[in-house]
Design a protein around this ligand. Sequence first.
Ligand code: SOE
Length: 371
Amino acid sequence: MASMTTDVIAPARTLRAGFVGGGFMAAVHSRAARAARAELAGGASSSARSARDAVGRLGLDAAFDSVEALVADPDIDVIHVCTPNATHAPIARAALEAGKHVICEKPLATSVADAAALADLAAERGLVAAVPFVYRFHPMAREARARIAHGDIGRLVSVHGAYLQDWLATPHDDDWRVDASLGGPSRAFADIGSHLVDLVEFVSGDRIVRLNASTRTVYERRATNVDIATEDLVAVVVQLGSGAVGTLLVSQVAPGHKNALSIELSGTDATVRFEQERPEQLWVGRADGASVIDRDAGRLAPDAARLALVPAGHPMGYQDAFNAFVADAYAAIGGVSPEGLPRFDDGLRAVRVTEAVLASAASGAWVEVAE
Ligand code: SOE
């Protein structure tokens, strides 16, 4: 068997982690924190009662009556923010002001002004502040990035990305995210388009500089929400700094697609394609034929190999990527600087692109994306 990296970077010391929220994402974060050998010190939620419920389900040490009590606890090192989007900014700000490191769910904030203020505050205080753009932590996404950086595809000419889901595909499907007062003015793009933009920019090493977007709200009424203004789907044409062009399709109403994030980058010599639902492989196309590269650590770039925890043929997935992200964020708290850790600046970047998408959809015009 080929030699392989045995672990992602181990945390330098035992960290004490606190969690805000008790849903699907809090469960994913707490599993990752446990895998990174943190102490799961406690949790807070929208009420003392829901905190007790979340703490019981997630197996945390203590329930805190309020978010204020959690962030004020001097023994807690890092706060994971896993609440509805509109509350991310105030909770992350309170945690940073209390001197805590923060891992905050995306979108980092529901406006550029709030996201920029958070990125500035984290930098001012010298705290680690990370956003879980976890698809960066699939070994084969890193392999695609390493090959592009090495010049293997030639000059980048086009990008083709999609993020398709169907959990809101019928009018009976409903969720807090459709309500702009909880989820923010953008829904599908802020929720999953943000991952797509982050992955395209991370893997390509290029930046979207201009875009033209169309949004659609297919259902303005759902089971409980009415007068829904947030978008179900978005189609975007993009121009990148290098001169490459591309298209992005983001939909939460695409029947049959569960979590179909895919990116395809074509250069003058080759195309690479990564699909999140098939993360064990990378497709590489050339004019004289295509090949499928397996996640075999001994044959991968070092930055991809270090994330390969088990030998090829033993599938890794979403939770592994999440665990690697949290392990790297904790390593950063321990003083190292892991390659490719998504920080609040990257969270801000995604919010900027989201605002440009909404502005373009409203005006019909091309919009420049500010750096
Ligand atoms: C729901 O759309 C969701 O859980 C997103 O919020 C996550 O960021 C994405 O990774 C999977 O889908």
